[in-house]
Design a protein around this ligand. Structure first.
Ligand code: URA
Length: 244
């Protein structure tokens, strides 16, 4: 939902509506790093709004998608390896081309990808949303592009569909496999066991040599993001995730 900036300011600060209008006219307000001088400009909850030096969109959650590169760990801090958080802090929002004026300190990756896995990783500080979507009961689908050291065929598609005993309590849930070439496929799984895809293919006698997540919960990786790049989720993408 988008609201007028002056209304947004008076809703989120001590300013009255007329004081908010004046603050905007006086050049005290920045939206996503840009000075805004018209109170009737519209902002949404995903915009970062600053009055003077203070972020007044306090309590607002941030959501970004990162094209995680290989070699980076899905953690906020690590003594040894570069983290996904460092990718965010060291980069710019590719949608606007600017570094964000504010990055929430409590961001965390929504789920994990192995260090050598690439692709879609959502970061947020919206704990309730992440908790809900990641709950094992939710079974959100995740699609991976997989490259293998051996040829795949229809019998693998059947095995993936039937479930595979990877040594957990139960076989894996049915997974949809689409063969792309002799040595590559898309695989959609709806759970997230440790090294799950590598273990599933391992049971079929094949080694995963390349793994990239391309969709999660119906949200596709923005293909304009090079490895290591990120952007804020759009308002539509956030609303979509909240609606799942
Ligand atoms: N399955 C894996 O084996 N690794 C990942 O990073 C994700 C799914």
């Amino acid at each position: 939902m988008r609201v007028r900036l002056d209304k947004y300011l008076s809703d989120h600060t001590e300013l009255t509506r007329s004081q908010a209008k004046k603050a905007v006219r006086d050049g005290r307000v920045r939206v996503n790093g840009e000075l805004v001088t018209k109170g009737d400009d519209k902002v949404s909850f995903s915009d970062s709004v600053f009055l003077d030096q203070s972020q007044i969109s306090g309590g607002v959650y941030q959501y970004m998608m990162l094209n995680k590169p290989a070699g980076v760990v899905s953690a906020t801090s690590d003594d040894e390896h570069r983290t996904v958080m460092e990718c965010i802090l060291g980069g710019v929002d590719q949608a606007s081309g600017r570094p964000p004026s504010y990055v929430a300190k409590d961001l965390f990756p929504m789920g994990r990808l192995d260090k050598d896995t690439e692709g879609l990783l959502i970061l947020t500080n919206d704990g309730p949303l992440a908790h809900r979507l990641l709950s094992p009961a939710h079974h959100i689908p995740k699609t991976y592009y997989v490259e293998l050291d051996a040829a795949v065929d229809e019998s693998d598609v059947q095995s993936m569909r039937s479930g595979i005993d990877i040594g957990e309590k139960r076989p894996t849930r049915p997974a949809e496999m689409e063969i792309l070439s002799e040595h590559s496929c898309f695989l959609t799984i709806s759970e997230g066991k440790y090294h799950q895809i590598k273990r599933m293919f391992g049971c079929l006698g094949k080694r995963v040599v390349g793994l990239k997540r391309v969709t999660m919960a119906g949200l596709a990786l923005d293909e304009t993001l090079a490895a290591g790049e990120w952007r804020f989720l759009t308002e539509e993408e956030i609303a979509y995730l909240k609606g799942i």
